[in-house]
Design a protein around this ligand. Sequence first.
Ligand SMILES: CC(C)(COP(=O)(O)OP(=O)(O)OC[C@H]1O[C@@H](n2cnc3c(N)ncnc32)[C@H](O)[C@@H]1OP(=O)(O)O)[C@@H](O)C(=O)NCCC(=O)NCCS
Length: 392
Amino acid sequence: MCDMNYFTSDANKIITIIFVKSPEDMDIKKERCKPKMTHQIFQKESIFGYNGLKVKLFYSCYTYHCYVEISYLDKWDDTYWGLKADNIIDCLSPWLREAMILNKADFINILKNYERSLKYGVSLEEFDHLVLPDRNILGSIRICDIKDKEFVKLHQRFESLIIMYIDAANFIDMTDNNWKVIYLYEKKFVKPNVIRYTPIGFATIYIFDTKKIGRISQFFITPLYQGQGLGFIFLRTISQYLRSNALDIKKISVESPNKLFTYLRDKVDVSNCLDLPVFTINEIRGGLASDAYKRICSNFKLCKKQAKRIYEILRAYYCDLGIDDYEEFKSNFIKDRKIEILDLRIYPKRERDYQLKLFESNIAIQNANLNKVFENFMRSIQHILLYLKTRI
Ligand SMILES: CC(C)(COP(=O)(O)OP(=O)(O)OC[C@H]1O[C@@H](n2cnc3c(N)ncnc32)[C@H](O)[C@@H]1OP(=O)(O)O)[C@@H](O)C(=O)NCCC(=O)NCCS
């Protein structure tokens, strides 16, 4: 059989990630999920050389060791056309690294010996989060010590998961002390006074000492715990921590945020700012005063761009409530962008007249583009506007 399609599989479909706490869990059909992406592991997210291929990645919930189980119905004959079937283990191993276990008995031993997971780090927050009226999650958010060798081993196993969930993810250099690693644990009482800690998320932040910037780099919640409000609690605690005096950070920034993270960030920043006197409708209708900008940036360590975004989200929200005028907000938004574009200081003096004329002669084009910019902005904040409405 030489049909290439017959021997080609979509890696995102044939990989299953299974989270297990005990050997018995390996046969249960729950706690399973699919990777979101595999392009870093397999070229074009496709695996050649097998028919009926199934790759199961069993992750221990406590230690993040990962047992890899591969099965298939038919395999490509490597003597055909000098073409070889992909070596799945070779493709996985640079990413799973120390997490990878190929022997089932070894993995079962690990599951048996690590029934209790260890908690690392120092607590930043302990919380009790109501997910549903009859379901709550107890959690602990902890700043971990990257000089602790046992923690580093755990982290190197846990971070293997992000390759399948964060676009262009890579691993951090755990010998660089400027990295801060913060863990989210679920806490469960296994006996009245005994708590079991399960790591369910982590964030890494790089501290640029000289610029006094804290840049959130990776932010991850394991798939089974996503969409339950934990990301919001986790990010809120992290930004509180980054604002603490001990770190002396002037600005919190984020490395290539995706749509979901941008929403989470807006949600945290808007929640922080909504009740401040400087953000009442009367204060912001005519534009945010520059000292108010400065105060917000300094209190919440926001960069100017994010502070402006929060201001614009709140104005859009007031328009939705009918207490601000939509057309006035839109015209202020567009005027503000024009001023930004028209920043003539970037041109040498002799060129400024020319640049101004050029801009004015293109005013129709500018207006058209800026209308689009406004529409895109409004579209991008619909989710956060919905959140604000439910908050009241
Ligand atoms: C991004 C991430 C950290 C969010 O964490 P989370 O615990 O799911 O976040 P929350 O439950 O607090 O959800 C925040 C909002 O996003 C929504 N949401 C969560 N997962 C979603 C999904 N997969 N699709 C659409 N919306 C989603 C929630 O409904 C919630 O909206 P709400 O305010 O209306 O309730 C998590 O989904 C994740 O780890 N994703 C993979 C890694 C990643 O993309 N990291 C960010 C870039 S580094």
